[in-house]
Design a protein around this ligand. Structure first.
Ligand code: AMP
Ligand code: ZN
Length: 396
């Protein structure tokens, strides 16, 4: 039987961290169905899948206290830098678009975090995509196509497992063994929570489902001098981030698509292009009437790495997010990001500049489903009410 448990936190979570700690609580224990941090950051309410013994409950509570302590104790407030603020841009719609999208089969849920999109949403994403392709051409970005799978060996090389273990999605296959394969064919069914096949039937992990687009480009450039000393590329691809019970609506997907424009070269080349990209995108977001802001941000590092890495990203202005307004819930959603990785990939992948130093990298990245979802949250599902530029671009 489901149960609830509320307790006080030993470390009070400062308001700027409440959301980030909250999203990590989904990963603390399988017994937790949902967790809610009180707005003032001093207590947590857990919804449990079943009632637990006092002993199990206190062990679970200790895990939560540990996560909170690791992420929040001694954390200094980041210096929040707002580069653009168009949150007050007037928009005509204030209703949650999700019920209407589901009712019109514009969005169909296949599984938690896995959605199919219908013709209107697809055309809207194509409008954005045509713009991104034009934008990439202004940077003379070389078009690329990347695989959906990504090498486990290469992800290890760039320390991905340490930074984002919670959101990985693994690709496996049956072991090459006649008995294992026959057994699987004969006995496997989907049970309440997944396939009933034994874990030993599956191979060791050599590949994962890709969590980002630009990594593939850096992998392709590894272990050699950077051709021409600087490069710009663009690609769109499926990305996978397992977000546990945080997966809901089009806001947070397990499988989503990202368009990136990627810069590799000396630091000033990367930084200048990231900034040029931001200015061009600002002009477009004005034309499509999006209410949004651009502010400093950090990647969702897992608990152990979080405090150090988030502070590092903040101190060196490595990440800015485009956060679109969601009028129906008075909140915002990151629809894109401007990223600078310094020479991190250059060092770990041995991509060298003509002077022998490691290359710097950066990218401009857009989440296509989120951009569509945020736009529909602000303008509704009737193209007649959309800004002319978007409406007119709908049919190519
Ligand atoms: P990031 O590399 O984390 O900055 O991601 C780039 C963009 O991808 C974000 O700004 C989002 O628009 C999108 N994105 C990231 N994670 C998800 C997700 N779980 N579901 C949908 N879109 C996402
Ligand atoms: Zn990227």
């Amino acid at each position: 039987m489901a149960a609830e448990h509320r307790f006080a936190l030993q470390v009070i979570i400062p308001s700027h961290l409440v959301g980030q700690v909250q999203s990590k609580l989904a990963y603390v224990d399988e017994a937790i169905e949902a967790a809610q941090i009180a707005p003032d950051g001093d207590s947590v309410q857990l919804q449990l899948r079943s009632s637990l013994s006092a002993k199990v409950l206190s062990a679970l509570e200790a895990k939560v206290q540990q996560v909170v302590a690791d992420m929040a104790s001694g954390a200094l407030p980041p210096k929040v830098e707002i580069l653009e603020d168009h949150m007050a841009r007037p928009v005509p719609y204030a209703t949650d678009p999700m019920p209407e999208l589901l009712a019109r089969a514009e969005v169909s849920r296949e599984h938690t975090g896995i959605y199919s999109l219908g013709p209107l949403v697809t055309r809207l994403i194509e409008v954005f995509e045509r713009y991104f392709v034009r934008l990439a051409a202004e940077f003379e970005a070389a078009p690329q196509r990347f695989p959906t799978l990504i090498s486990a060996e290469k992800l290890d090389r760039v320390k991905y497992f340490r930074a984002f273990p919670h959101s990985l999605t693994f690709a496996t296959h049956l072991r090459e063994d006649l008995h294992v394969i026959n057994d699987f064919a004969e006995h496997t069914h989907y049970e309440e929570t997944g396939l009933n096949a034994p874990p030993e039937a599956f191979s060791k992990i050599q590949a994962l489902l890709s969590p980002a687009v630009c990594y593939h480009y850096y992998f392709a450039l590894a272990d050699r001098p950077l051709p021409g000393g600087q490069l710009t590329a663009t690609a769109v691809g499926h990305c996978f981030r397992y977000e546990s019970s945080n997966l809901n609506t089009l806001e947070r997907l397990w499988d989503f698509t990202m368009r990136e424009i990627i810069f590799v070269g000396p630091a000033d080349f990367v930084l200048e292009n990231r900034e040029r990209g931001r200015q061009k995108v600002a002009a477009y977001l004005e034309q499509i009437g999006l209410a949004y802001l651009v502010e400093s941000a950090n990647d969702p590092f897992f608990v152990g790495e979080f405090r150090k890495q988030a502070a590092f990203q903040n101190a060196f202005q490595l990440k800015y997010e485009i956060r679109a307004r969601l009028p129906f819930k008075d909140s915002s959603l990151a629809v894109g990001s401007y990223n600078y990785h310094q020479d991190f990939f250059g060092r770990h992948l041995n991509i060298t500049l003509p002077d022998g130093k490691p290359a710097h990298t950066g990218c401009v990245a857009f989440g296509l489903e989120r951009l569509a979802y945020a736009f529909l949250s602000q303008y509704g599902l009737e193209p007649a009410a959309w800004p002319a530029l978007v409406r007119e671009a709908l049919h190519g």
